[in-house]
Ligand binder design. Structure first.
Ligand SMILES: Nc1ccn([C@@H]2O[C@H](COP(=O)(O)OP(=O)(O)OP(=O)(O)O)[C@@H](O)[C@H]2O)c(=O)n1
Ligand SMILES: O=C(CO)[C@H](O)[C@H](O)COP(=O)(O)O
Length: 418
């Protein structure tokens, strides 16, 4: 995937790759070498999302049928070296959060109630570990603090933050400023402007030795609790700890306004659509179409697995998009088989699955007489379980010589019935 290319470290050339991905080997090397101490996470999710302007706090807003907070939890939960994840929520949303934990099978989450400001919520989260007699919740060496509304955080950055926090006491992700920061007079005239290259935007995640950040919060003033926005500042002011700063990717941005929900959804969809599994039947036309798809969908990671291959069910679990190509007259047993396998593996719990069944050589007569009702019924049923089932029927007799295959006359049947 594309990296965040910078002309210089202070001015990003690129508005953002979708998800940062350091070389796999370097992440693996860091993980194996280094995280041999307990790491826990606090996700402040106790805000009301005033700037979003919706009745539901933004952390509970749905993206592709799943609340935003669940994506952020999952970004941490999937990492074996991360222990407890404390999610701090408004008191009135405590039960809602417990429901989310259960529905999406989050296994590392502890839910606590928040405070009236972000700093108060974070302190509530940290206090979960302060009772050292509770052996179920051992005090972590390093604690990561991450806003619940920043769902795109990758393992390589979390490792860098964690290791730097262990070494230095505190660490935080930063980004170059997009706009220049200026100071205004009380009459709204320019007072002065800051030299942009010297400044950075402070983002999340941030990491701390637990003892340092807990002590900082114990000592900080009411003014800090009420108006402060920077945990790194507390560690510096109250414990004399200078945080190590680490460049993060643009996808760390915080979901704040309505448009950010749409952007988050687009990022998730783009990531989900990067791979596909094509399963052709045995007939020559079908194999030919699969090859054409393989050539033309060359921006995606693609597996082409012969239908007959016994082990193709294993491959199903590596992706979320499936195209099965068969000849007219074949039955829908493949679809039933695939849906069953995917459901047994609970593969659609976190993200939707897309299954496209392409039937070739449909004539007008056969299309009309074709028994699609069963499939339409199945599509309606599996939609409830996060599976989107589509059917495409193609009449090869209408094919003209050039340019194949775009001159095929597809009869696109939306099996979802919408
Ligand atoms: N009393 C609060 C306020 C904020 N947060 C959390 O801190 C993170 C970053 O804060 P922000 O984006 O400002 O969230 P809100 O306060 O909800 O948004 P707004 O300022 O628009 O009301 C969010 O995950 C938010 O839920 C919190 O845990 N407790
Ligand atoms: O990025 C951050 C620096 O620690 C915080 O998320 C940010 O400061 C929170 O501010 P606000 O509550 O205004 O969104």
């Amino acid at each position: 995937m594309e990296q965040d290319v910078c002309a210089s470290s202070d001015r990003p050339l690129n508005p953002g790759c979708l998800l940062s991905r350091d070389a796999e080997w370097s992440t693996q090397r860091m993980r194996d070498a280094a995280v041999d101490f307990p790491v826990a996470v606090v996700l402040p999710a106790g805000g009301s999302g005033e700037r979003m302007g919706l009745p539901t706090p933004k952390q509970f807003c749905s993206i592709l049928n799943r609340p935003l907070i669940s994506y952020t939890v999952q970004a941490f939960e999937r990492l074996s070296w991360i222990g407890t994840i404390v999610v701090v929520v408004p008191k009135e949303n405590h039960d809602l959060m417990l429901d989310i934990v259960q529905k999406f099978n989050h296994t590392k989450v502890t839910v606590v109630n928040g405070g009236s400001t972000r700093h108060r919520s974070i302190f509530n989260g940290l206090q979960v570990f302060s009772n050292i007699t509770d052996s179920l919740m051992p005090k972590p060496k390093v604690i990561i603090i991450h806003d619940a509304v920043r769902p795109f955080v990758e393992e390589d950055l979390l490792l860098k933050i964690t290791l730097a926090a262990k070494e230095q006491g505190a660490s935080g992700a930063i980004r170059p400023l997009v706009s220049t920061v200026i100071a205004t007079t009380s009459e709204n005239f320019l007072d002065h402007s800051l030299e942009r290259t010297k400044y950075r935007a402070s983002e999340m995640p941030q990491g701390f030795l637990y003892d340092i950040i807990f002590q900082a919060y114990q000592q900080c003033s009411e003014f800090d609790f009420e108006f402060g926005t920077e945990c790194l500042h507390l560690a510096l002011q109250y414990c004399g700890t200078n945080a190590k700063l680490i460049d993060g990717p643009p996808t760390l941005w915080k979901v704040t306004y309505k448009r950010d929900l749409a952007a988050a959804e687009a990022i998730i969809k783009e990531t989900l659509s990067m791979s596909v599994c094509i399963i052709p039947g045995a007939e020559a036309e079908v194999v030919e179409l699969a090859k054409t798809l393989e050539i033309n969908l060359n921006t995606m990671e693609m597996d082409v697995i012969p239908y007959a291959k016994q082990s193709y069910m294993d491959c199903l679990l590596k992706t979320r998009n499936f195209i099965h190509v068969s000849m007219s007259g074949s039955t829908s047993s493949w679809i039933n088989e695939v849906v069953k396998t995917l459901e047994e593996a609970d593969h659609a719990r976190l993200y939707p699955l897309v299954i496209i069944w392409v039937q070739l050589n449909i004539t007008k007569q056969s299309a009309e007489s074709n028994k699609m009702d069963d499939l339409i019924g199945l599509a309606t049923e599996v939609l409830q379980r996060n599976v989107l089932l589509y059917g495409i029927q193609i009449d090869l007799s209408k094919r003209v010589a050039t340019p194949p295959p775009t001159s095929f006359q597809p009869r696109n049947l939306n099996l979802r019935g919408d």
